[in-house]
Design a protein around this ligand. Sequence first.
Ligand code: GLP
Length: 248
Amino acid sequence: MRVIIVKDTKQLGKVSAGLIAAEMKKKPAFVLGLATGTSPIPLYQELIRLNKSKALDFSTTITFNLDEYVGLAPTHDQSYRYFMNQQLFDYVNINKKNTHVPDGMAKDVEASCEKYEDMMDDVGGVDCQVLGIGSNGHIGFNEPGTSLASRTHMTGLTESTINDNARFFNRRQDVPTKAITMGIGTILDADRVVLVANGPRKADCVARAIEGPITATVPASALQLHPRVTFVVTADAATKLTLNWERA
Ligand code: GLP
């Protein structure tokens, strides 16, 4: 397990994008797992900068997003498909046909979750998965109590996540209460995982994920079982870590 403590979000972007770019250069048709939320935005900005300066190519990259709200169409400005277009896909030379986000409008949710897993299998699995972390320790939308072996599934969102995400919607009652998410088992199958976290609001969950016991009540703690996981954490989110981790 590698934990890199960085000064600020700018350095978080540089360090995490550097790790991902190095992996992407090793393999054509690289399969990149992506996350939404504010935490990975500096990472996506740096990937865009690398792509614009011709230091990183996305023309053969395949992406799979972690999750999507149930009931939001891809054109809804709070859907995760819309977020990805706005924050990354519209600004790099990726073929949108190679980008995948769970279908929040699927009629047969179970079949669409199975299909999502099959699509990842068909391209040989995710090479590198980007993650943020919810303040309650969730990854993707795997809320506390989710099986550590779970696969892509539909889930209800906790009150704390609905409250956290209400800032992006006009009214709290507009926040969807359900989502489709890769499972924790799905995430653990990625070859490599890079989790980014910033801000004092994340200090507790970061410490519990990295230095606490492995438990379904802190879904991110399951990453301790992953052989190639790197946490990139800003200093203000690392204040509750006690071990002597690497500083960038
Ligand atoms: C949402 C997403 C998560 C993300 C979390 C944290 O709940 N489903 O994947 O990690 O938000 O968001 P932020 O980075 O804005 O704190």
